[in-house]
Write a protein that binds this ligand. Structure first.
Ligand code: ME8
Length: 516
């Protein structure tokens, strides 16, 4: 068994490693952006974060895609891994490590895990005969397939299945049925959302069969130690990435203390691998299972299923150019409760950008900062003792970090944003009620206090929103005169110096014409 150092401050989270069988699209960006928000939030709240992403480069699916492109798998994956890495960087994914499963460190880690499982008597040599779906890189039982238009497909995914018969090593998964059920029972937070938990539990309750973990019919994979005729099943290879990155099998590596993972963020179609196979492999190898697996739902595009042939509209980089990266990030996490299926619609992005970002937040900042610019010579008004009216604004602001923390601990991104927008809207009604523009003549002292209150509000909102919209909130904090060393949550307790010079404000969001 292993564990963290026990200070509760380390946080290890992961995205899936993406198959290199095509270009990155908005579906990949969706999971990665959600994970990134969580990583940034944990850093903001003082955790030591290790955030891992990368690419899944072996298996028949990738090999066939390379052949179709007329390239060797190595050249093909080298090129595509670069595309995925650039996508991650461009959409602001703050990863600490980008792992490729073709790297030597990973092959070494896979071999070590295999040997550990073999030593423990968890692996035997047999024969695999059954249905395999290359698109899912998954084996299916006779009751999990059906005939559709003359083609046998997996019921769950619709992927064509092929009858496969070859010598194969097996993992004794059948021996883990009860222990997995006990583990789920004892760890109610291990799987989320609730639908995932129900589905996985009932799959395991039906009884597990031993799992084929090697293939002989192709070569693009990690060789099985001591038997070069076999390559490892790509899911055993892929899941191992999460411990490779922490230095496995070197338990003295500086990163090892991050195990077990705090959250694996995945799409809902790969929960069986993460919630059944992965904890079984780990427990069999004497390692702790991850703490949590969260499965996001599926995004459709304008009501259509995402297709393999990538239309322009699905490219996250083009979408970020069209709407701005931060509005895109905001929309993806705000529109649909995370975990549910949802649709990506341009109209809906523009609607939220114009009303919630540009009007609610952008105008509040612009109005408040312009008033300070015009009426206080651009200097931050002095802090004064809060009145009852001030407390109505600042009380909810102070309560916000704990509310956001609570929502994000459940990966409830849209709830976190809803909470934040309650305070944004409160700010708008507060400025309308306080009318600082009218106080200039009647009560300049109160006018200054009101403007300082608005500044405190905006600084708090911008600080809390950094994980969601890092670029725009950095610009907003610049405009608020809040230096880079004063942007963490604890920094909010330290007021900015009275009289701080604020730069002239500029619009934070660009509205888009609904018709255009
Ligand atoms: O499954 N909606 O890789 P993959 C929401 N290599 N999320 C989507 C999506 C959509 N339409 N399309 C993709 C693999 N995703 C394996 C993972 S992990 C050890 C190995 C996201 O390239 C979602 O997170 O098929 C999904 O699980 C992942 O991309 C699948 O990426």
């Amino acid at each position: 068994e292993s564990g963290t150092a026990g200070n509760g401050k380390r946080f290890f989270l992961t995205t899936p490693i993406y198959y290199l069988n095509g270009q990155p699209h908005i579906g990949h960006a969706y999971t990665s952006i959600a994970a990134d928000v969580l990583a940034r939030w944990k850093r903001l709240t003082g955790h030591e974060v290790f955030f891992l992403t990368g690419t899944d480069e072996h298996g028949q699916k990738v090999e066939r895609a390379a052949l179709d492109a007329g390239m060797t798998p190595q050249d093909f994956t080298d090129r595509l891994a670069g595309d995925f890495r650039r996508m991650a960087e461009t959409i602001g994914i703050s990863f600490d490590d980008f792992i490729r499963t073709t790297e030597p460190r990973h092959k070494r880690s896979c071999a070590a895990l295999w040997e550990k499982l073999a030593e423990g008597g968890h692996i035997y040599l047999g024969h695999y005969e059954g249905w395999y779906a290359v698109r899912d890189e998954a084996f299916y039982g006779p009751d999990e397939i059906e005939e559709r238009g003359g083609q046998k497909v997996a019921i769950a995914s619709g992927a064509p299945v092929e009858w496969t018969r070859e010598p194969s090593y097996f993992f004794r998964l059948s021996a883990w049925t009860d222990r997995l059920l006990e583990f789920y029972e004892a760890n109610p937070d291990f799987m989320a959302p609730a639908g995932t938990r129900r589905e996985v539990t009932s799959f395991v309750k039906a009884g597990l069969q031993d799992l084929s973990i090697s293939r002989t019919s192709f070569k693009w994979g990690v060789p099985v130690p001591g038997d070069d005729a076999h390559v490892m099943y790509v899911w055993l290879d892929a899941l191992t990435n999460y411990i490779t990155a922490l230095g496995y099998p070197d338990r003295d590596s500086p990163q090892w203390g991050f195990w077990p993972a705090d959250v694996h963020m995945v799409g809902k179609e790969i929960t069986r691998f993460h919630c059944v196979y992965w904890p079984a492999f780990l427990m069999a190898a004497g390692l702790a299972p991850p703490r949590r697996v969260f499965a996001n739902g599926w995004l459709t595009i304008e009501g259509q299923k995402m297709s393999k042939s990538l239309g322009n509209g699905l490219d996250p980089l083009l979408l970020a150019e069209e709407f701005g990266l931060d509005p895109l990030r905001y929309y993806l996490l705000r529109e649909v409760p995370f975990g549910n299926d949802g649709d990506f619609s341009r109209r809906a992005v523009i609607g939220r950008l114009n009303s919630e970002l540009a009007n609610d937040l952008g105008n509040l900042a612009q109005r408040s900062l312009s008033l300070i610019q015009r009426n206080c010579e651009g200097r931050l008004p002095a802090l004064t003792a809060p009145t009852d009216a001030d407390r109505e604004l600042l009380g909810p602001l102070e309560a916000l970090p704990a509310q956001v923390e609570e929502a994000l601990s459940r990966q409830a991104f849209s709830e976190a944003l809803e909470r934040i927008w309650v305070v944004v809207r409160l700010g708008n009604s507060w400025i309308d009620a306080q009318k600082p523009w009218a106080l200039k003549k009647t009560d300049p002292v109160r006018m200054e206090a009101v403007l300082r209150g608005l500044h405190t509000l905006l600084r708090g909102l911008a600080t809390i929103l950094q994980p969601f919209m890092p670029g725009t909130m950095a610009a907003m904090l610049d405009q608020l005169g809040t230096g880079e060393g004063a942007r963490s949550l604890p920094d909010l307790a330290i007021p900015l110096a009275d009289g701080t010079l604020l730069p002239p404000p500029a619009p934070l969001f660009r509205k888009i014409d609904e018709a255009g």
